[in-house]
Design a protein around this ligand. Structure first.
Ligand SMILES: [Zn+2]
Ligand SMILES: [Zn+2]
Length: 184
C-alpha cells in the first residue's frame, strides 16, 4: 500500500507534529497545496478579496461553508471590516438599485421613457448584480453571521463521497443545468 505523505499546511508549512491545529482539504488541489490548517484558511479569508473568499483561485472549486450556532455566551458583536471604498461601493449599489426601481415603476406608469430606463437596468445588471458584488455581499452576510455562528469549511473529499452516495437516478448535474432553473 502507498504510504500517505505527511500533511503540511500550504500557508504556514506547519506539519502535524508542530501543533495540534486541525487540517482541512477544501478544494481539488493536490500535492504540496493539498492541506491547509482550518485556522490559517480563516486567517486567509479575513485578508483575501471577495472572490478568493468564495473559491480557490488555483482550481476554481467553490468552498462549501457550514454554519453551526455558537453557544449564546460566545456571541460577539459583528466586525464587518468595511473600509471607505466598501462604504462607497455599498452606497453606489443602493443608489443605482433605488434609481432602477424608481425608473422601472415610472416606466410602467408611462411617466418615464423606456430606452433610458432599459439602459439603467442594464447598468444595474452589470455593476450591482454582478458575480463580484454577489461575492462581496455573500461574504458580508457570512461576516455578520459569524457573530453567532461558527463557520467551518467542508472537506472536499468527504463532500464528494457524500455526493457520490446520493441516488444516481436524480442526475443533480442535469437538474442544476436545466432550463427551468436557469431561465432568468
Ligand atoms: Zn497553517
Ligand atoms: Zn484548489
Amino acid at each position: 500500500m502507498e504510504e500517505t505523505p505527511p500533511k503540511y499546511c500550504k500557508f504556514c508549512f506547519g506539519t502535524e507534529e508542530d501543533n495540534d491545529m486541525s487540517f482541512v482539504h477544501p478544494c481539488r488541489c493536490r500535492g504540496s497545496i493539498h492541506w491547509v490548517h482550518n485556522q490559517c484558511l480563516h486567517m486567509w479569508f479575513s485578508k483575501a478579496n471577495a472572490v478568493q473568499q468564495v473559491m480557490c483561485i488555483q482550481c476554481q472549486t467553490r468552498y462549501q461553508k457550514q454554519l453551526t450556532l455558537k453557544s449564546w455566551r460566545q456571541w460577539t458583536i459583528p466586525r464587518l471590516g468595511i473600509d471607505f471604498f466598501g462604504v462607497l461601493e455599498i452606497s453606489t449599489d443602493l443608489w443605482i438599485t433605488y434609481r432602477t426601481i424608481l425608473g422601472f415603476v415610472g416606466m410602467m406608469n408611462g411617466t418615464k421613457g423606456i430606452f433610458r430606463e432599459l439602459i439603467l437596468c442594464t447598468m444595474w445588471k452589470c455593476f450591482v448584480a454582478s458575480g463580484r458584488r454577489f461575492c462581496f455581499y455573500g461574504n458580508l452576510g457570512l461576516r455578520l453571521a459569524s457573530s453567532i455562528f461558527r463557520i467551518s469549511i467542508d472537506d472536499y473529499d468527504e463532500r464528494r463521497e457524500i455526493t457520490a452516495r446520493l441516488p444516481t437516478d436524480m442526475h443533480w448535474e442535469q437538474i442544476s443545468r436545466s432550463s427551468v432553473l436557469n431561465s432568468q
